[in-house]
Every structure is written in C-alpha cells, then in structure tokens.
Design a protein around this ligand. Structure first.
Ligand code: V47
Ligand code: SF4
Length: 392
C-alpha cells in the first residue's frame, strides 16, 4: 500500500511529497494540512492515516466502562450549536441536580464494574468552586478508585473568576478535591473569527489552552476536541489543530483528540446541513496525520453512531469511548442516531473485532485493563447488525 501511494502516477506532486513525509515520520506543515483537506481523496487519506495509526497503536482499539453525569442543562451561555441547554429564563424546562441527586447517580453504580465518571453540563452560579470541590470529595469518599474526568475550561474559567482566584489556585483546589483528569469539551473552534460567533461569552481559545497547560504542568492528563462542520473553514480547523499540536509539544499532557461532528437538530444553527460521512472520515484521517504527537484519536460513538465508529477504525481512529449506559443527552438532543446510547462490553468488543481490530479495555489513562482479543463470548450472533469483515 505504501509503495502504491508513492508511485501512483495520478497523485499530484504535493500529495506524493506529503505521503513521503508521513512515511518518513516527518511532521506535516499547516499548508500540507490545508492541502489535504482541499485535495486528498478518501482512499489516500485512509492509507496514510492507517499507517500512522498502526505505527502508534497496531490493531489495538481502546474502549472503557464509563458513565456520565450532567448536573444541569440550564446554562448562562447561548452557544449556537448547543441543542442541550435551556436558557436560564426557561429554567422550568430543564434539570438542576442537587449534591444528593448526583451522589444518588454515583451510588446507583455500586457493584457495577465502571472505571470512570465523566461529569459535564451547563454553567450556573450555584455550581461553583465549593460545590464541585465537595462533589469530587464526596465521590472519592464513596468510591475512591472511580476516575473523575470532569468539567472543562468553560466551567473552570467561570467558577474561578466568580471566586476571584487564579487558574493555578483553582486547579490546585480541584486536584486536591479528587479531580483525576479533564475531558476535551468546550474547545469548539479556537479561532476568534468563529468562536465569537458560535460560542461568544464563554472562555476564549487561549484561555481554554492555558487551563489545560496549567493542568498538564501539574502532572495531569486531559483530552482535546474540535467541533467541526458548521461555519468554519479548513483554515480554521488547521489553526485549531496547530494550537493543540503546539501545546502538546510543550506539555505532552493530552491523551486523545476527539473530533466532534456538528449535529444540527434543535439549535440555532439548524439551517446548516451536516457534514457527509465521507467528510467525517476525511476529518478523522487528517487529524491522525497532522497530530503526530497525540497517541490516540477517538471516535465518540454516541455522536457519530456505532457503524461510523467502526468505519473510522480504518481512518486513523484507535479509540471509541465507552459503555455510556444511556447517561448523556448532549447528542441525542442534537439529533444523533444513537437516541439512548448504551453498549455492553460484549457489544463494544464485538464491534471492534468485526472490523478486524484488537479490542482492549483501558482505564482513563490508557492502562490496559483487559485484552479481549482471544476472549470468546457465548452468543456472538447477538451482534449481527454491525458492519462485518469476512471471517478471518
Ligand atoms: O464542548 C455540543 C459538543 C462537547 C453539539 O474528553 C456538540 O473523552 C456536535 O467534549 N453537535 C461536549 N457537538 C462533549 C465532549 C466529549 C464527549 C465525549 C468524550 C469526551 C472526552 C469529551 O459536545 C461540547 C461541544 O463541543 N457539542 N453540542 C452539537 N449540536
Ligand atoms: Fe452552555 Fe456548554 Fe451548551 Fe455552550 S455548549 S450553551 S456552555 S451547555
């Protein structure tokens, strides 16, 4: 496949040169990245991205056992892509969990083999530094080994500003309270030309990056996302990836990059059509090729759908997130085909296996919990629905 690409007479000199760089392990430039978005075919991108994926992770494909808690869907902000939040003036239409409500959700997982709780939601004044610090402490007291992956710079910037404390002080308080890692949300598109239009008022791109930087400098890990397929251009996507690659060079603290496809149901940008599946796969592949210093690229199956998540494994992706257990509403409310996202370990393993990859259960920090490559399930026929390779 590699020599096929290098010698393909139909490829432009630029595409040949970029392929050469990727095979030699040389970083591609921003111009190369934009060139790929504008000119590269899906099959070309798939070959290169798969080369990088296999170099970094072989056939290993990661998942975890997790659940989400979304403390509220009322929000002070009015991001135009958000289908989930209800304005503060429509408060009665939403939910606002108390500490007790949230702890009841945590306790409902007692005895179940989950390893991570992912907490993220709307921004409201009662959810402040004290509330979240107490929440993290309460979770750790109840279940010390449960990994808390919680909140984004959007919440942190707001709550630290409200308490008049620095990012450094604030993140230290969160860490001491039990925060283990930060999810990748709130990144959207960093460039102010776009950010000001779709997510005005919340933390800027630079502030998002700075909070991750501080968190990394404290010795911790986090994820990064990019919300694509709305009003941004390829230039803005590359600018976003460039900022992430730069920060990763500095800190090495990012674990995985998660492209998030804009879903258009019930939000202020519903007039836009969604990207095609081809565009989604091209975007995964270019992300994999460009972000040479990220170990993992994740396809978040509740957002993209399980069959697309399977396909993405041939376009640079090596992680499909977790069991979820129908605990997140962000994507079902935005029109995802996954209206009640929940998959068992057996289903995740089978999805991965059916496209010829090795299913590995990981914890949040990518320590291997179990390699399912040779684990046999009693009723494999349950999972007929998924895309399948011929039996190998
Ligand atoms: O920041 C909101 C996005 C994000 C829509 O770190 C939308 O492991 C598309 O960041 N269409 C939150 N996207 C979710 C998130 C995440 C998800 C899974 C795993 C991880 C991780 C992080 O969801 C928001 C925003 O960018 N979002 N509305 C929408 N209509
Ligand atoms: Fe609020 Fe987040 Fe929705 Fe923006 S994306 S309106 S910050 S819940």
């Amino acid at each position: 496949m590699i020599s096929l690409l290098k010698n393909d007479a139909s490829l432009s000199a630029e595409l040949k040169h970029i392929a050469e760089k990727v095979y030699n392990g040389t970083r591609i430039s921003n111009e190369d990245g934009e060139y790929l978005f504008n000119h590269a075919s899906l099959s070309y991108l798939g070959s290169l991205a798969n080369f990088v994926r296999e170099k970094k992770n072989g056939d290993n494909t990661f998942f975890n056992r997790n659940f989400h808690i979304e403390p509220t869907n009322i929000c002070l902000y009015t991001c135009s892509f958000c289908s989930y939040s209800r304005l503060i003036k429509k408060r009665s239409e939403g939910w606002e969990y108390t500490m007790e409500d949230i702890m009841d959700i945590v306790k409902s997982y007692d005895g179940k083999p989950v390893t991570e709780v992912h907490i993220v939601g709307g921004v409201l004044p009662q959810y402040d530094v004290t509330f979240y610090a107490n929440l993290f402490k309460n979770i750790k007291k109840h279940r010390p080994e449960l990994h808390i992956k919680a909140l984004t710079p959007v919440e942190y910037h707001y709550i630290f500003k409200k308490d008049k404390i620095s990012y450094e002080e604030g993140m230290k308080i969160m860490k001491e309270a039990g925060l283990d890692s930060m999810p990748g949300g709130g990144a959207e598109i960093f460039h102010p030309e776009i950010r000001d239009k779709i997510a005005g008022g919340k933390c800027s791109g630079d502030q998002w990056l700075r909070i991750h930087e501080i968190w990394h400098e404290m010795g911790n890990r986090s994820n990064a996302t990019m919300l694509y397929g709305h009003i941004e251009s390829y230039f803005h996507r590359i600018d976003h990836l460039d900022k992430l690659r730069d920060l990763q060079d500095k800190t090495g603290g990012f674990q995985t990059f998660i492209p998030l496809k804009f879903r258009n149901q019930d939000n202020q940008m519903s007039y836009l059509s969604e990207t095609t599946h081809v565009e989604d796969l091209r975007n995964y592949a270019i992300s994999r090729i460009y972000l040479d210093n990220f170990d993992h690229i994740k396809a978040y199956w509740p957002m993209i759908g399980r069959e697309m998540a399977q396909l993405s494994l041939s376009f640079g992706v090596d992680d499909i997130d977790g069991t979820i257990d129908d605990t997140t509403k962000i994507y079902s409310m935005a029109g995802s085909e996954e209206q009640n996202p929940a998959l068992s370990t057996e289903e995740l393993v089978t999805m991965i296996r059916r496209v010829g990859r090795k299913p590995i259960e990981r914890d949040t920090l990518y320590n291997v919990i179990e390699d399912y490559t040779d684990v046999v399930f009693e009723d494999d026929q349950l999972y007929k629905g998924y895309i399948s390779l011929p039996v190998v």
